[in-house]
Design a protein around this ligand. Structure first.
Ligand SMILES: [Zn+2]
Length: 236
């Protein structure tokens, strides 16, 4: 998931005001755009060798149900991001590794679903699996969930490494495990997992992606074509 790391402090300070204004039309952020630009593509068409495990199109995610806006299990990205990922995949292939992608473009309505979920009563099973050491009410303040996600701009991906046989490698935590151990440089994961995190990060950075420090799986194309646009068209 994409967090707005730089905006965290502002969000905490502004929260009471935002709650007070929640029922009023808000001019503080531009509305998400309904239609996707023509240069959004399916990653499978750019590189069918990249494995897809698109969790939000299924119930296998921290919410425990299919997320709004994921009408089909497709990885949509800007062409620039998809082509850069294909180059990462080729680089990794030469090392006997590959990518498995968990999330790509994420409609604003999916982010809104996360926000609704965060305000609903806790589910002990989901808590144990995804955020055992962080209160659900703290997931916003600690930057694990935000009201706007970089994924909605179309050039952000969540992914991990697989071996040559397609088996997912252990990078120290599961995807969407909201915990300090998910931080890319966490000292609290085994050395082998840290090494794999470093390999993943180096491979992505070499092809123009930047890493989100709090989550080893989250990367954004640094030179993304729509840095200021958040889209809301469903994935279909
Ligand atoms: Zn993400």
């Amino acid at each position: 998931m994409r967090r707005l790391y730089r905006a965290r402090r502002w969000r905490i300070a502004a929260l009471p005001l935002r709650l007070a204004l929640a029922a009023l039309p808000c001019a503080c952020e531009p509305p998400a755009r309904a239609a996707l630009p023509a240069d959004f593509v399916s990653l499978a068409q750019i590189d069918p060798t990249i494995a897809l495990d698109l969790r939000y199109a299924t119930a296998n995610n921290f919410v425990g149900e299919r997320i709004d806006g994921y009408d089909t299990a497709q990885c949509l990205l800007t062409r620039a991001a998809a082509q850069a990922l294909a180059r990462v995949q080729a680089d990794l292939h030469a090392q006997g590794l590959g990518l498995r992608v968990f999330d790509c473009y994420r409609p604003q309505r999916a982010v809104d679903h996360f926000v609704r979920w965060s305000r609903a009563p806790d589910d002990p099973a989901q808590r144990a699996r995804h955020y055992p050491r962080v209160a659900k009410s703290e997931l916003f303040a600690q930057g694990y969930i935000a009201e706007r996600s970089g994924h909605s701009r179309g050039s952000t991906v969540d992914l991990t490494l697989v071996d040559a046989a397609g088996r997912e490698l252990d990078l120290g935590t599961a995807f969407d495990f909201f915990d300090r151990r998910a931080a890319g440089d966490s000292p609290d994961v085994p050395p082998a997992a840290r090494e794999l995190r470093n390999e993943l990060r180096a491979a992505l950075e070499r092809r123009g992606f930047s890493h989100y420090a709090a989550e080893w799986w989250h990367f954004t194309l640094a030179n993304e074509p729509y840095p200021d646009n958040y889209f809301d068209a469903p994935v279909r």
